[in-house]
Design a protein around this ligand. Structure first.
Ligand code: 13P
Ligand code: SF4
Length: 350
Protein backbone atom coordinates (compact mmCIF):
# COMPACT_ATOMS: atom_id res chain seq x y z
CA UNK A 1 0.00 0.00 0.00
CA UNK A 2 0.96 3.66 -0.53
CA UNK A 3 3.75 4.56 1.96
CA UNK A 4 2.40 8.11 2.21
CA UNK A 5 -0.98 6.80 3.34
CA UNK A 6 0.60 4.40 5.83
CA UNK A 7 2.50 7.33 7.37
CA UNK A 8 -0.65 9.45 7.52
CA UNK A 9 -2.64 6.63 9.16
CA UNK A 10 0.11 6.18 11.78
CA UNK A 11 0.27 9.91 12.46
CA UNK A 12 -3.50 10.30 12.80
CA UNK A 13 -3.76 7.31 15.12
CA UNK A 14 -0.90 8.64 17.24
CA UNK A 15 -2.56 12.07 17.42
CA UNK A 16 -5.85 10.53 18.59
CA UNK A 17 -4.23 8.10 21.06
CA UNK A 18 -6.73 6.40 23.39
CA UNK A 19 -9.56 8.60 22.12
CA UNK A 20 -10.02 6.22 19.18
CA UNK A 21 -10.52 2.44 19.13
CA UNK A 22 -10.26 0.77 15.72
CA UNK A 23 -12.07 -2.55 15.21
CA UNK A 24 -11.37 -4.76 12.18
CA UNK A 25 -13.35 -7.74 10.92
CA UNK A 26 -11.30 -10.67 9.59
CA UNK A 27 -12.54 -10.04 6.02
CA UNK A 28 -10.91 -6.61 5.89
CA UNK A 29 -7.96 -5.89 3.62
CA UNK A 30 -4.42 -6.33 5.04
CA UNK A 31 -3.77 -2.59 4.65
CA UNK A 32 -6.69 -1.91 7.01
CA UNK A 33 -6.12 -4.81 9.45
CA UNK A 34 -2.64 -3.35 10.06
CA UNK A 35 -4.27 -0.40 11.87
CA UNK A 36 -6.89 -2.32 13.83
CA UNK A 37 -6.51 -2.28 17.63
CA UNK A 38 -8.46 -5.52 17.72
CA UNK A 39 -9.59 -7.99 15.05
CA UNK A 40 -12.32 -10.58 15.36
CA UNK A 41 -15.36 -12.39 14.09
CA UNK A 42 -18.77 -10.74 14.48
CA UNK A 43 -19.25 -12.04 18.02
CA UNK A 44 -15.85 -10.96 19.31
CA UNK A 45 -16.23 -7.52 17.71
CA UNK A 46 -19.64 -7.05 19.37
CA UNK A 47 -18.05 -7.86 22.73
CA UNK A 48 -15.04 -5.65 22.01
CA UNK A 49 -17.18 -2.67 20.97
CA UNK A 50 -18.35 -2.48 24.57
CA UNK A 51 -14.88 -3.10 26.01
CA UNK A 52 -13.52 0.44 25.76
CA UNK A 53 -16.18 2.80 27.20
CA UNK A 54 -13.44 5.45 27.61
CA UNK A 55 -12.77 5.69 23.85
CA UNK A 56 -14.65 8.64 22.34
CA UNK A 57 -14.62 7.20 18.82
CA UNK A 58 -15.07 3.64 17.58
CA UNK A 59 -13.87 3.34 13.98
CA UNK A 60 -15.50 0.19 12.67
CA UNK A 61 -13.66 -1.45 9.77
CA UNK A 62 -16.38 -3.86 8.76
CA UNK A 63 -19.90 -3.50 7.37
CA UNK A 64 -22.93 -1.38 8.27
CA UNK A 65 -24.80 -3.89 10.48
CA UNK A 66 -21.66 -4.33 12.60
CA UNK A 67 -21.30 -0.57 13.10
CA UNK A 68 -24.99 -0.34 14.05
CA UNK A 69 -24.52 -3.10 16.62
CA UNK A 70 -21.49 -1.24 17.99
CA UNK A 71 -23.58 1.92 18.35
CA UNK A 72 -26.24 -0.06 20.24
CA UNK A 73 -23.69 -1.64 22.58
CA UNK A 74 -21.61 1.47 23.35
CA UNK A 75 -22.44 4.37 25.66
CA UNK A 76 -24.44 7.36 24.36
CA UNK A 77 -21.28 9.51 24.53
CA UNK A 78 -19.34 7.28 22.15
CA UNK A 79 -19.49 7.86 18.43
CA UNK A 80 -19.23 5.06 15.88
CA UNK A 81 -17.66 5.73 12.48
CA UNK A 82 -17.95 3.54 9.35
CA UNK A 83 -15.14 4.68 7.01
CA UNK A 84 -17.28 4.10 3.87
CA UNK A 85 -21.07 4.30 4.11
CA UNK A 86 -21.38 2.05 1.04
CA UNK A 87 -20.04 -0.89 3.08
CA UNK A 88 -23.37 -2.69 3.46
CA UNK A 89 -24.18 -6.40 3.36
CA UNK A 90 -26.33 -7.92 0.63
CA UNK A 91 -27.54 -10.62 3.03
CA UNK A 92 -28.67 -8.11 5.64
CA UNK A 93 -30.55 -6.24 2.88
CA UNK A 94 -32.57 -9.39 2.14
CA UNK A 95 -34.70 -8.92 5.28
CA UNK A 96 -36.62 -5.63 5.40
CA UNK A 97 -38.66 -4.78 8.51
CA UNK A 98 -41.99 -4.49 6.66
CA UNK A 99 -41.53 -7.95 5.15
CA UNK A 100 -40.70 -9.48 8.53
CA UNK A 101 -43.77 -7.82 10.06
CA UNK A 102 -45.94 -9.25 7.27
CA UNK A 103 -44.50 -12.69 7.96
CA UNK A 104 -45.21 -12.32 11.69
CA UNK A 105 -48.78 -11.18 10.92
CA UNK A 106 -49.26 -14.38 8.91
CA UNK A 107 -48.09 -16.42 11.91
CA UNK A 108 -50.44 -14.46 14.20
CA UNK A 109 -53.32 -15.18 11.81
CA UNK A 110 -52.53 -18.89 11.94
CA UNK A 111 -52.37 -18.78 15.75
CA UNK A 112 -48.71 -19.89 15.84
CA UNK A 113 -46.87 -16.63 16.59
CA UNK A 114 -47.24 -17.23 20.34
CA UNK A 115 -45.17 -20.42 20.14
CA UNK A 116 -42.64 -19.05 17.63
CA UNK A 117 -39.37 -17.48 18.78
CA UNK A 118 -37.65 -15.16 16.28
CA UNK A 119 -33.87 -15.53 15.99
CA UNK A 120 -31.84 -13.21 13.82
CA UNK A 121 -28.30 -13.60 12.60
CA UNK A 122 -26.08 -10.66 13.50
CA UNK A 123 -26.02 -9.93 9.75
CA UNK A 124 -29.28 -7.96 9.84
CA UNK A 125 -30.25 -4.32 10.23
CA UNK A 126 -30.82 -2.77 13.65
CA UNK A 127 -34.59 -2.58 13.07
CA UNK A 128 -34.75 -6.35 12.48
CA UNK A 129 -32.82 -6.87 15.73
CA UNK A 130 -35.30 -4.48 17.38
CA UNK A 131 -38.24 -6.51 16.05
CA UNK A 132 -36.66 -9.69 17.41
CA UNK A 133 -35.99 -8.09 20.81
CA UNK A 134 -39.58 -6.86 21.04
CA UNK A 135 -40.92 -10.32 20.25
CA UNK A 136 -38.96 -12.35 22.77
CA UNK A 137 -36.12 -13.42 20.48
CA UNK A 138 -32.35 -13.41 20.36
CA UNK A 139 -29.48 -12.45 18.04
CA UNK A 140 -26.89 -15.05 17.09
CA UNK A 141 -23.61 -15.16 15.20
CA UNK A 142 -21.91 -18.02 13.40
CA UNK A 143 -20.05 -18.86 16.61
CA UNK A 144 -23.10 -19.32 18.86
CA UNK A 145 -25.99 -20.26 16.54
CA UNK A 146 -26.53 -23.64 18.22
CA UNK A 147 -26.67 -22.12 21.70
CA UNK A 148 -29.07 -19.44 20.46
CA UNK A 149 -31.35 -22.07 18.90
CA UNK A 150 -31.23 -24.16 22.10
CA UNK A 151 -32.26 -21.01 23.99
CA UNK A 152 -35.11 -20.41 21.53
CA UNK A 153 -36.42 -23.98 21.59
CA UNK A 154 -36.51 -23.85 25.40
CA UNK A 155 -38.98 -20.98 25.01
CA UNK A 156 -41.05 -22.01 22.01
CA UNK A 157 -41.97 -24.81 19.65
CA UNK A 158 -40.71 -23.22 16.49
CA UNK A 159 -38.16 -20.68 15.32
CA UNK A 160 -38.36 -17.99 12.67
CA UNK A 161 -34.73 -17.69 11.55
CA UNK A 162 -33.59 -14.46 9.82
CA UNK A 163 -32.09 -13.77 7.30
CA UNK A 164 -29.55 -16.52 6.44
CA UNK A 165 -31.27 -19.74 5.41
CA UNK A 166 -27.96 -21.57 5.29
CA UNK A 167 -26.76 -20.81 8.82
CA UNK A 168 -30.25 -21.68 10.08
CA UNK A 169 -30.51 -24.95 8.15
CA UNK A 170 -26.91 -26.03 8.78
CA UNK A 171 -27.20 -25.46 12.51
CA UNK A 172 -30.62 -27.09 12.87
CA UNK A 173 -29.88 -30.15 10.76
CA UNK A 174 -26.16 -30.75 11.29
CA UNK A 175 -25.90 -29.74 14.95
CA UNK A 176 -29.33 -30.17 16.52
CA UNK A 177 -30.78 -33.30 14.98
CA UNK A 178 -33.66 -31.65 13.13
CA UNK A 179 -34.44 -32.98 9.65
CA UNK A 180 -34.66 -31.11 6.36
CA UNK A 181 -38.41 -31.78 6.51
CA UNK A 182 -38.60 -29.85 9.78
CA UNK A 183 -37.45 -26.74 7.85
CA UNK A 184 -39.45 -24.63 5.41
CA UNK A 185 -38.18 -21.75 3.26
CA UNK A 186 -40.13 -18.51 3.58
CA UNK A 187 -39.88 -16.32 0.47
CA UNK A 188 -40.60 -12.69 1.45
CA UNK A 189 -41.62 -11.86 -2.12
CA UNK A 190 -44.55 -14.28 -2.08
CA UNK A 191 -47.83 -14.22 -0.19
CA UNK A 192 -47.45 -16.17 3.08
CA UNK A 193 -43.87 -16.81 1.99
CA UNK A 194 -45.13 -19.11 -0.76
CA UNK A 195 -46.11 -21.66 1.93
CA UNK A 196 -49.40 -23.28 2.88
CA UNK A 197 -50.93 -22.92 6.34
CA UNK A 198 -50.13 -26.57 6.94
CA UNK A 199 -46.47 -26.16 6.03
CA UNK A 200 -46.09 -23.15 8.32
CA UNK A 201 -47.92 -24.89 11.16
CA UNK A 202 -45.93 -28.13 10.93
CA UNK A 203 -42.46 -26.58 10.50
CA UNK A 204 -40.03 -26.40 13.39
CA UNK A 205 -37.72 -23.98 11.57
CA UNK A 206 -39.09 -21.26 9.31
CA UNK A 207 -36.03 -20.18 7.33
CA UNK A 208 -35.99 -16.74 5.72
CA UNK A 209 -34.94 -16.85 2.08
CA UNK A 210 -31.66 -14.94 2.46
CA UNK A 211 -28.07 -15.92 1.78
CA UNK A 212 -24.52 -14.60 1.47
CA UNK A 213 -23.53 -14.01 -2.14
CA UNK A 214 -19.87 -14.70 -1.34
CA UNK A 215 -20.32 -18.02 0.48
CA UNK A 216 -23.13 -19.03 -1.90
CA UNK A 217 -20.53 -19.46 -4.62
CA UNK A 218 -18.90 -22.53 -3.08
CA UNK A 219 -20.33 -25.78 -4.46
CA UNK A 220 -20.26 -29.47 -3.65
CA UNK A 221 -18.23 -29.93 -6.88
CA UNK A 222 -15.53 -27.61 -5.43
CA UNK A 223 -15.23 -29.91 -2.41
CA UNK A 224 -15.18 -33.07 -4.54
CA UNK A 225 -12.59 -31.59 -6.92
CA UNK A 226 -10.16 -30.57 -4.18
CA UNK A 227 -10.51 -34.01 -2.55
CA UNK A 228 -9.68 -35.67 -5.90
CA UNK A 229 -6.54 -33.55 -6.23
CA UNK A 230 -5.47 -33.80 -2.58
CA UNK A 231 -6.99 -36.86 -0.88
CA UNK A 232 -5.46 -35.82 2.47
CA UNK A 233 -6.94 -32.29 2.35
CA UNK A 234 -8.88 -30.83 5.28
CA UNK A 235 -11.93 -28.94 4.02
CA UNK A 236 -12.83 -26.07 6.36
CA UNK A 237 -15.82 -23.86 5.56
CA UNK A 238 -17.96 -21.09 7.02
CA UNK A 239 -21.56 -22.03 8.01
CA UNK A 240 -22.95 -19.44 5.55
CA UNK A 241 -22.08 -21.98 2.82
CA UNK A 242 -24.84 -24.12 1.26
CA UNK A 243 -26.01 -27.18 3.17
CA UNK A 244 -24.41 -29.75 0.85
CA UNK A 245 -21.05 -27.93 1.03
CA UNK A 246 -21.06 -27.84 4.84
CA UNK A 247 -22.19 -31.46 4.95
CA UNK A 248 -19.26 -32.51 2.74
CA UNK A 249 -16.69 -30.45 4.67
CA UNK A 250 -14.50 -31.73 7.52
CA UNK A 251 -14.80 -28.64 9.72
CA UNK A 252 -17.21 -25.73 9.92
CA UNK A 253 -17.04 -22.52 11.92
CA UNK A 254 -16.85 -18.76 12.18
CA UNK A 255 -13.89 -16.72 10.93
CA UNK A 256 -12.31 -16.78 14.39
CA UNK A 257 -12.75 -20.59 14.50
CA UNK A 258 -11.11 -20.89 11.07
CA UNK A 259 -8.09 -18.89 12.28
CA UNK A 260 -7.72 -21.01 15.43
CA UNK A 261 -8.04 -24.24 13.42
CA UNK A 262 -5.12 -23.20 11.21
CA UNK A 263 -3.06 -22.17 14.24
CA UNK A 264 -3.57 -25.65 15.69
CA UNK A 265 -2.94 -27.52 12.41
CA UNK A 266 0.09 -29.80 11.94
CA UNK A 267 2.98 -28.51 9.80
CA UNK A 268 2.75 -30.07 6.34
CA UNK A 269 -1.01 -30.49 6.52
CA UNK A 270 -3.20 -29.36 3.66
CA UNK A 271 -6.26 -27.08 3.96
CA UNK A 272 -8.94 -25.95 1.50
CA UNK A 273 -10.88 -23.05 2.97
CA UNK A 274 -14.35 -21.89 1.97
CA UNK A 275 -14.62 -18.31 3.11
CA UNK A 276 -13.78 -14.78 1.96
CA UNK A 277 -10.48 -14.36 0.11
CA UNK A 278 -8.78 -11.61 2.18
CA UNK A 279 -8.87 -13.97 5.16
CA UNK A 280 -7.73 -17.03 3.19
CA UNK A 281 -4.78 -15.09 1.69
CA UNK A 282 -3.76 -13.84 5.13
CA UNK A 283 -3.89 -17.40 6.48
CA UNK A 284 -1.79 -18.68 3.58
CA UNK A 285 0.86 -16.01 4.32
CA UNK A 286 0.78 -16.69 8.05
CA UNK A 287 1.27 -20.47 7.62
CA UNK A 288 4.05 -21.06 5.07
CA UNK A 289 4.64 -24.49 6.69
CA UNK A 290 1.11 -25.62 5.69
CA UNK A 291 -0.61 -25.81 2.35
CA UNK A 292 -3.52 -23.34 2.47
CA UNK A 293 -5.81 -23.20 -0.57
CA UNK A 294 -8.93 -21.33 -1.52
CA UNK A 295 -11.86 -23.72 -2.07
CA UNK A 296 -12.89 -22.08 -5.34
CA UNK A 297 -10.92 -21.26 -8.48
CA UNK A 298 -12.28 -17.77 -9.07
CA UNK A 299 -11.58 -14.71 -6.96
CA UNK A 300 -14.17 -14.27 -4.28
CA UNK A 301 -13.91 -11.11 -2.15
CA UNK A 302 -16.79 -9.60 -0.24
CA UNK A 303 -17.12 -6.43 -2.33
CA UNK A 304 -18.73 -4.44 0.48
CA UNK A 305 -16.13 -5.43 3.09
CA UNK A 306 -13.55 -4.33 0.52
CA UNK A 307 -15.07 -0.84 0.30
CA UNK A 308 -13.11 -0.02 3.44
CA UNK A 309 -9.60 0.62 2.17
CA UNK A 310 -6.63 2.58 3.45
CA UNK A 311 -7.67 5.89 1.80
CA UNK A 312 -11.09 5.72 3.52
CA UNK A 313 -9.52 4.81 6.86
CA UNK A 314 -6.99 7.65 6.62
CA UNK A 315 -9.73 10.12 5.69
CA UNK A 316 -11.85 9.03 8.68
CA UNK A 317 -8.98 9.28 11.15
CA UNK A 318 -7.84 12.67 9.82
CA UNK A 319 -11.39 14.02 10.06
CA UNK A 320 -11.48 12.95 13.72
CA UNK A 321 -8.13 14.68 14.31
CA UNK A 322 -9.61 17.83 12.75
CA UNK A 323 -12.52 17.70 15.21
CA UNK A 324 -15.18 16.42 12.80
CA UNK A 325 -16.98 13.05 13.05
CA UNK A 326 -17.37 11.57 9.55
CA UNK A 327 -19.89 8.86 8.57
CA UNK A 328 -21.31 8.50 12.06
CA UNK A 329 -23.65 5.51 12.47
CA UNK A 330 -26.55 6.08 14.87
CA UNK A 331 -29.55 3.93 15.70
CA UNK A 332 -32.65 5.68 17.05
CA UNK A 333 -33.31 5.28 20.78
CA UNK A 334 -36.43 3.09 20.55
CA UNK A 335 -34.94 0.64 18.01
CA UNK A 336 -31.70 0.63 19.95
CA UNK A 337 -33.40 -0.29 23.24
CA UNK A 338 -35.16 -3.34 21.77
CA UNK A 339 -32.20 -4.42 19.64
CA UNK A 340 -30.05 -4.18 22.76
CA UNK A 341 -32.39 -6.61 24.52
CA UNK A 342 -31.86 -9.17 21.74
CA UNK A 343 -28.09 -8.56 21.66
CA UNK A 344 -27.79 -8.78 25.46
CA UNK A 345 -29.61 -12.14 25.36
CA UNK A 346 -26.95 -13.35 22.93
CA UNK A 347 -24.09 -12.00 25.04
CA UNK A 348 -25.57 -13.83 28.06
CA UNK A 349 -25.89 -17.22 26.32
CA UNK A 350 -24.14 -19.96 28.34
P1 13P B 1 -18.10 -14.23 11.34
O1 13P B 1 -16.84 -13.40 11.35
O2 13P B 1 -18.88 -13.99 12.60
O3 13P B 1 -17.80 -15.67 11.12
O4 13P B 1 -19.04 -13.70 10.18
C1 13P B 1 -18.76 -13.80 8.84
C2 13P B 1 -19.45 -12.79 8.02
O5 13P B 1 -19.96 -13.03 6.96
C3 13P B 1 -19.51 -11.42 8.49
O6 13P B 1 -20.16 -10.70 7.54
FE1 SF4 C 1 -22.52 -9.94 4.03
FE2 SF4 C 1 -21.51 -12.18 2.98
FE3 SF4 C 1 -20.11 -9.93 2.89
FE4 SF4 C 1 -20.47 -11.18 5.24
S1 SF4 C 1 -19.32 -11.94 3.48
S2 SF4 C 1 -20.66 -8.97 4.84
S3 SF4 C 1 -22.56 -12.00 4.95
S4 SF4 C 1 -22.10 -10.31 1.86
Amino acid sequence: SDPGLVERARAAKAALGDRVFVLGHHYQRDEVIEFADVTGDSFKLAQQAAARPDAEFIVFCGVHFMAESADILTTPDQQVVLPDLAAGCSMADMAVLGQVEDCWDALVELGIAGTTVPVTYMNSSADIKGFVGRNGGVVCTSSNAKRALDWAFERGEKVLFLPDQHLGRNTAVLEMGLTLDDCVLYDPHKKNGGLTAEQLTNAKMILWRGHCSVHGRFTLENVQEVRRQRPDVNVLVHPECRHEVVQAADYVGSTEYIIRALDAAEPGSSWAIGTELNLVRRLANAHPDKEVMFLEKTVCYCSTMNRIDLPHLVWSLEELVAGRVPNQITVDADTSRHARTALDRMLALP
